[in-house]
Every structure is written in structure tokens, then in C-alpha cells.
Design a binder for this molecule. Structure first.
Ligand SMILES: O=C(O)CSc1cccnc1C(=O)O
Ligand SMILES: [Mn+2]
Length: 596
């Protein structure tokens, strides 16, 4: 069985990049045996032809042209509705380089397993070759890839989510390196489904899924798992973060990058509408990205960030005119909806939309309210160009990226964790990120509501050993660095009545405002062993009624609870053995000692 991936990234082969790309495509075709090969140019004409083909074979269903022009519904295989973490592998030569945070297979075994699955899999199908660029086409922070796939649905989504086609191919030719992604939906059989990453070969092989992060290889596979590994060797950071710009009434904009685990509100925060009082004063929130952030130090020592994606692949359920009006306006046209329900007049529908009534569920069956099951799949998605978002930042395409003033970690914690706290310094901030915990959601298969450690929200996406990843983060605290402050937020604290105590949504701006005033040295805070906490008076809470329990828990510090938490964090760091940076273990011990 011929092994398709080069032993070294293409730019080391001494051949011209396009020659190496053509060789690779020929090798893949020899293995997968497609009827035809189509090199994607990303043109409108090509997209129109693909859409027509998919409408014809039922892959896409046209939605109400009056209410949602040029928008489509795709129903995935019912067994193919989320990322499959248990079938996702990182294949590094040494298992310890992948770390306990990844499923590992040796590269030889991984290639052999995948190439056996790819053998002849494209017979009767078209093999699409998708050159793409992650990031603005002219940005030095961007990186290119080529995805080979037999799914026109993947082609249509990659055209929205990346800079795809001729400009990317031209950049690949100039740049001399690209990530190789090989994908086939196979038979959509869960028993023949694997997503394999070969970071040292800049290679991805994905078989058997047509869904989201398993199949749109530019997203999680390239922009996080491969890119995080590449970033470590090249001195930058590939993170699971939204990027937003907070503009104050004086017209000054500060950029914030925030890492929350899957389905914990990144899209909502990235598209936040300020509360009425703030809007009246001229506050604005600008959206740069809602899921992935590539950051590197600039000449001035600050971290500069780009959103490598050109679109949003957002969670539909819960998106409404109240929760995220910008998202709802964004998906009003030219959108691909996956696994949502539809109404009698063929509009997309999902739980939490706040209007309309589903008549056909995500499986394509008549919706039966009496069954109590959701009409739209909990992980149903919209794929849409970021440029359609009313709050899309005018600087989102800046080649040099935007300067980051604050990094925010957060997650779903019903107890213990206050609304917000600020890390003492960079090392403490890295520990805050490394120790992040969150209750699981529907964004990946498995149980929901279980609290698990999800460092920097990268647990499913870090392409190498977390201990080395934390060491890489620590390495940015170098001479001349003007590093962002690091904060932690928890929008999801619950009261004794089991209800959320913080209103969230647009009111989260009040917390962002305090953060930026802290960055500028203009806001007070109380120093505690876990970090600097605001008092209620340090935030603008006009118009918000917080009872005493809420004030105590959202702004308080549960000493005994944090003693237990830091003991747990110490145990977590020990799981990585001697590879865990001593500076991080020392920081955990410093705080544990301060907690007494
Ligand atoms: O990618 C998927 O298959 C769904 S999960 C997802 C989609 C968009 C952005 N983030 C995520 C995630 O799980 O973090
Ligand atoms: Mn994500």
C-alpha cells in the first residue's frame, strides 16, 4: 500500500511546490481511483454548478427564497452529527509527543489504516482538489492547505469558511509549503471513521464522516491541531479563541481574545450587542472571529491576532433576536444550514429561535411535538461568510492582525468560580488557562453536563502534549514582550435555586469594560490568592438587580472551595509527569500555600 504523505513537508523536497502538489494529487488519485478530478478555483460559476448538482441529488434542499435567499438545508447522516473525539488521533513518532491529551497511533500504523480505507473509495465519484488559505490572503500570519475530498458539501463549506481557490493556489506556489488534507465520506459508516493528524508531515487524513470539524479540514484539523504544532516550532499561537474589538465612546478600540470550550458562548460574545445605555453612549463591539485565533508577537512586543477563518460554522439552537441579533441577521441569506428543522413555509427552524413552528425535523421526518425530542439537532449549524455579519470588524482582514489587550479564559461552572478575576501575571494566567474546567455540551459526542478540565479550551484540539503546550505559552514571557493581561470569566454561575445569577448576553460587556479599564490601570480590584477580583462597585451594574447571594457568589471568593480546587489542579498537573513545566507547578503550589 503506497504511503501518500511525504516524509517531510513539501517545501523540503527541493521540487517546485506545484510539482509536489501535482505529484501528491496523482498519488491520491491512484489510490482512491475517482472517475474525475476537479481542481477548485473558488469561482461563483463553480459554486453555482456544485450547488445545482447538490440540489439535484438531494444533498442540499433550497430554503424559502423570500425569507432566506440563496440558502440551503443539508441533513447529515443521523450517525454523523458531531465531532468524534474518540476517533480522532494525533500520529507523532513518539507517543509522549502527542501526550495523554490525545489518542495516539504511530504514523506508520495511521497511514496504513487510512490508506486501506482510501483504497478505491472514490470510484464513481469526483475527487475535488481544494487549495485554501487560512487567514487573509496577503497576511504573513496566514497559512495554506489543500484539501482533497469527494464531498461537494465540503467544497461549498470550505469556500465559505476559508479563502479558497485560485488566490490560495498562487500563494501556495509562492510560499513553498501547505498542509495536505485527504478526506472521503467513505460509506459514512461510524465503524470505518477516523480523523488522523500527522503534524510532523503537515498532513491530515479523514475518512467516514461528512460533518463539520471532521470533514472541513481547514477548521479544527488544520487551524488548530496541525497549526498548534506548527506554531510551537515557529513561535506563534494557534488557539480556540474568539477575537472581538471593544470600541469606547471616545472611538478607542481594544481587542480581546477569549477561549471558551465548545458551545459556551464564543459566537454570542464575539457578536455582542451592548446594552441600551452603553449603545446610547457610543460603545460598539466589533467581530473579528468567533472560534479560532492565530497570534504572534509583533515588532512592538505586543501579540497580534488574525482570525484564520473567513466564515462562521455556528451553533444554531439558542440563536435568536434576543441572544444574538447579529448572528440572526448574518444568516438571513447565502447560508448553509446543517441538521436544523424547517417550518411549513420552508424556513430554517431551531430550538430557541423564538418564533415559527417546526413541521419537519432534522432527520427529515414530520415533527411530533409529543415525543419531546428536539426538532433541530442540538449541534445543528449554520455556515455563513463572516462578511455578512453586521458587526464584522473593519480590521478583520488586516494583514498584520489586531493587537490583543486581554486574553480571557472561561467555561461553564455552575459553582465556585466567580464572574471574573484577573491573573497576577503571565505565569499565573497560563495556569488559569491550563486549569480551566467546564461542564460538557452537545458539541461533541458523549455525556453532557460533566465537568472536565479543558485547558485553554484546547482539549480536543491541541496537536501535541499539553505539558509542552503550556511550556510554549510560558515562553512568550520574554524580554521586550508587552503581553496582554489574562482574565477568567464564568457567565454560568448558578444560585441555590439552580438558576443563572448573571444575565449574560449583552451585559457581559460590563465585564469586558472592567477588563480594559484594568489594562489601562483605571479600575480597582481586590487582591485574593486566586487573582484580582472586582467588587460589585467596580463594575457598571446600572440596570442590573443582583440579590445578595448573587453579589456574594459572583464577586466572592470561596476559600474552602478554592482549597479543594487547587488540590485538584495540582493532581491534574501531576498527570503529565516530569514534562510539566516546573514554573507552572511552582505557581500552583504558591497559590495553594496562599490558600493555606
Ligand atoms: O466542528 C464541528 O463538527 C462541530 S463543533 C464546532 C464547530 C464550530 C466551532 N467550534 C466547534 C467546537 O466544537 O469547538
Ligand atoms: Mn470551537
Amino acid at each position: 500500500m503506497n504511503n501518500l504523505s511525504p516524509k517531510t513537508p513539501v517545501h523540503d523536497t527541493g521540487r517546485s511546490t506545484l510539482a509536489a502538489l501535482n505529484d501528491w494529487v496523482a498519488q491520491v488519485a491512484a489510490l482512491t481511483k475517482p472517475d474525475t478530478i476537479h481542481w477548485c478555483d473558488g469561482s461563483d460559476a463553480e459554486n453555482a454548478a456544485l450547488i445545482a448538482k447538490m440540489e439535484g441529488d438531494g444533498t442540499l434542499i433550497r430554503l424559502n427564497e423570500q425569507t432566506h435567499p440563496n440558502s440551503w438545508l443539508h441533513r447529515s447522516h443521523p450517525d454523523d452529527v458531531a465531532r468524534v473525539e474518540h476517533l480522532t488521533f494525533v500520529c507523532t513518532p513518539r507517543q509522549d509527543d502527542a501526550g495523554p491529551n490525545n489518542h495516539w497511533m504511530s504514523p506508520a500504523e495511521g497511514h496504513a489504516k487510512m490508506d486501506a480505507l482510501f483504497d478505491g473509495c472514490m470510484k464513481g465519484r469526483t475527487m475535488y482538489v481544494i487549495p485554501y488559505c487560512m487567514g487573509p490572503i496577503d497576511s504573513p500570519l496566514s497559512r495554506c492547505g489543500v484539501e482533497i475530498t469527494d464531498s461537494p458539501y465540503v467544497v461549498a463549506n470550505m469556500r465559505i469558511m476559508t479563502r479558497m481557490g485560485a488566490p490560495a493556489l498562487a500563494r501556495i506556489e509562492r510560499e513553498g509549503s501547505f498542509v495536505r488534507g485527504l478526506h472521503s465520506i467513505g460509506e459514512l459508516d461510524p465503524n470505518r471513521r477516523f480523523i488522523m493528524h500527522f503534524p510532523e508531515e503537515l498532513t491530515i487524513k479523514s475518512f467516514g464522516s461528512g460533518y463539520g470539524g471532521n470533514a472541513l479540514l481547514g477548521k479544527k484539523c488544520h487551524a488548530l491541531r496541525i497549526a498548534s504544532h506548527q506554531a510551537r516550532s515557529e513561535g506563534w499561537l494557534a488557539e480556540h479563541m474568539l477575537i472581538l474589538g471593544l470600541e469606547n465612546p471616545q472611538g478607542e478600540t481594544h481587542y480581546i481574545a477569549a477561549a471558551f470550550p465548545s458551545a459556551c458562548g464564543k459566537t454570542n460574545l464575539a457578536m455582542l450587542i451592548p446594552p441600551e445605555g452603553y449603545r446610547a453612549q457610543g460603545w460598539k463591539v466589533w467581530t473579528v472571529g468567533d472560534d479560532i485565533c492565530w497570534m504572534r508577537p509583533g515588532a512592538d512586543g505586543r501579540l497580534y491576532a488574525i482570525n484564520p477563518e473567513a466564515g462562521f460554522f455556528g451553533v444554531a439552537p439558542g440563536t435568536s433576536i434576543n441572544s444574538n441579533p447579529n448572528a440572526l441577521k448574518t444568516v438571513a441569506h447565502d447560508t448553509i444550514f446543517t441538521n436544523v428543522a424547517v417550518t411549513a413555509d420552508n424556513q430554517p427552524w431551531w430550538e430557541g429561535l423564538g418564533g415559527g413552528k417546526p413541521v419537519i425535523d432534522w432527520r427529515g421526518n414530520d415533527y411530533d411535538f409529543s415525543k419531546g425530542t428536539p426538532a433541530a439537532h442540538p449541534n445543528s449549524r449554520f455556515t455563513v461568510s463572516a462578511k455578512q455579519c453586521p458587526s464584522y470588524s473593519p480590521r478583520a482582514e488586516d494583514a498584520q492582525g489586531v493587537p490583543i489587550s486581554a486574553i480571557v479564559f472561561g467555561g461553564r461552572r455552575a459553582s465556585l468560580v466567580p464572574l471574573v478575576f484577573e491573573a497576577r501575571d503571565w505565569t499565573h494566567g497560563v495556569l488559569v488557562g491550563a486549569a480551566m474546567g467546564s461542564e460538557t455540551t452537545a458539541a461533541a459526542t458523549g455525556a453532557v453536563g460533566v465537568m472536565r478540565r479543558d485547558p485553554m479550551a484546547m482539549k480536543p484540539f491541541c496537536g501535541y502534549n499539553f505539558a509542552d503546550y503550556f511550556a510554549h505559552w510560558l515562553s512568550f514571557d520574554a524580554a521586550g514582550a508587552k503581553l496582554p493581561k489574562i482574565f477568567h470569566v464564568n457567565w454560568f454561575r448558578k444560585g441555590d435555586d439552580g438558576k443563572f445569577m448573571w444575565p449574560g448576553f449583552g451585559d457581559n460587556l460590563r465585564v469586558l469594560e472592567w477588563m480594559i479599564r484594568r489594562v489601562k490601570g483605571e479600575a480597582a480590584a481586590v487582591e485574593t490568592p486566586i487573582g484580582h477580583l472586582p467588587r460589585p462597585a467596580d463594575l457598571n451594574l446600572d440596570g442590573i438587580a443582583l440579590n445578595q447571594e448573587a453579589q456574594d457568589k459572583l464577586f466572592g471568593f470561596d476559600h474552602a472551595g478554592w482549597q479543594t480546587e487547587f488540590a485538584s489542579i495540582g493532581q491534574y498537573l501531576e498527570e503529565y509527569g516530569p514534562r510539566m513545566p516546573q514554573a507552572l507547578k511552582d505557581e500552583q503550589q504558591r497559590i495553594a500555600a496562599a490558600l493555606g
